[in-house]
Design a protein around this ligand. Structure first.
Ligand code: MG
Length: 366
């Protein structure tokens, strides 16, 4: 069994840390050859002492070094655990170098999923997603030759599922950061509260699996045990179920096409007793409705959605705008944008910086 050589972009975040736990479980199968972090120098240093990687980078000022690392000839798997649009360049570099790519990052696929998918196809790169929903879809279609009728993308509903709209703006930032099912970074937790995260995953699934926007349906499933489902033309629906722990999809991506024990507790369906599903309420969570509209518009629209949301959430986390303002800012910027069809990388980057600027000026006038 050849040892798989792994680079982790974003090693100090929750996905990065969990990836290293998976590696620790099977030390004979994996070798860490590269680690990067955005600013957690202390943890990165500790990881470097333990894993002795050949490549190390701190900060994102130099996307070229991340891209070089992702494309290095002695790398087999690139785990993209960093968040933000900064992952786009190394993601594309890994695709062009024909690597196995395990992305947890959504932004790159949302803003330039078509470019990434095309580069991966052209250069024989394989994308085995880590995001639990995309991993579920991947697992349901793996080995299937039949066409997909549609995908049921599940959503836990986020920390505000049982709150009323009136309560939203009374929630403090720290209340919103308390997610009932998943422990994640602050940006993605806020996106889970607005359901924008599900909107991003919708667009991500479209790009990863080549689906039309009307082939995906969002289903709220508070237990977060069914990670998504795929319906085939004959009406059969395959689902992937598992305990709510990121090590499961991470390990699947690293060992694919094999499956190995994870050491996680088994799924206890009798203990759970029930699994609930219901329709997502886009009036209560307008960000999801907006994201679905953006997925229909396509072209450069998803890039605007992502950039404006990133700016608005950052300002919300500083306590400077209300929760409901996140959506209002993003909506304004999306509808001010003149859509570019099939944008090139340069056009995507230009749209990204336009949308950020626009979002900041909208917020200044609030
Ligand atoms: Mg997810």
């Amino acid at each position: 069994m050849p040892v798989k050589k792994i680079v982790i972009l974003g090693a100090t975040g929750s996905i990065g840390i969990n990836t290293l736990k998976v590696v620790d479980r099977y030390p004979g199968r994996f070798k860490i050859v590269g680690l990067t972090a955005y600013r957690n120098r202390t943890l990165l240093q500790r990881q470097v002492r333990k894993y002795r990687p050949k490549y190390v980078a701190l900060g994102v000022e130099d996307p070229q070094s991340l891209s070089a690392m992702a494309a290095a000839p002695d790398v087999d798997i690139v785990v993209i655990a960093m968040r933000g649009a900064a992952a786009l360049a190394p993601f594309l570099a890994a695709a062009k170098a024909g690597k196995t790519i395990a992305p947890a990052n959504k932004e790159a696929l949302v803003i330039a999923g078509d470019l990434i998918a095309a580069a991966a196809r052209r250069h024989g790169a394989m994308i085995v997603p880590i995001d639990s929903e995309q991993s579920a879809i991947f697992q349901c279609i793996d080995g299937q030759k039949a066409p997909i009728k549609r995908v049921h993308l599940t959503a836990s509903g986020g920390p505000l599922l049982h709150r009323t709209v009136k309560e939203f703006d009374r929630m403090r930032v720290q209340d919103i950061l308390r997610h009932p099912r998943w422990k994640m970074g602050p940006k993605i937790t806020v996106d889970s509260a607005t359901l924008m995260n599900k909107g991003f995953e919708f667009i991500e699934a479209q790009r990863l699996f080549g689906l039309r926007h009307d082939q995906i349906q969002v289903l709220v499933h508070p237990q977060a045990i069914v990670h998504s489902m795929v319906e085939f033309v004959d009406g059969s629906v395959l689902a992937q179920l598992g305990v709510t722990d990121m090590r499961l999809p991470i390990q699947y991506a690293l060992t694919y096409p094999e499956r190995l024990p994870t050491g996680l507790p088994p799924l206890d369906l009798v203990g759970l007793g029930r699994l609930d599903f219901f329709k997502a309420d886009v009036r209560k969570f307008p960000a999801l409705g907006l994201a679905l509209e953006v997925s229909r518009l396509g072209g450069s629209a998803p890039c605007v959605l992502n950039a404006a949301d990133e700016e608005a959430v950052e300002v919300f986390l500083k306590g400077k705008i209300k929760f409901s303002a996140i959506y209002k800012v993003v909506e304004k910027v999306v509808f001010r944008h003149k859509i570019v069809k099939n944008p090139s990388l340069q056009e995507v980057l230009a749209v990204d910086s336009w949308a950020r600027q626009e979002a900041r000026s909208v917020m200044e006038r609030l």
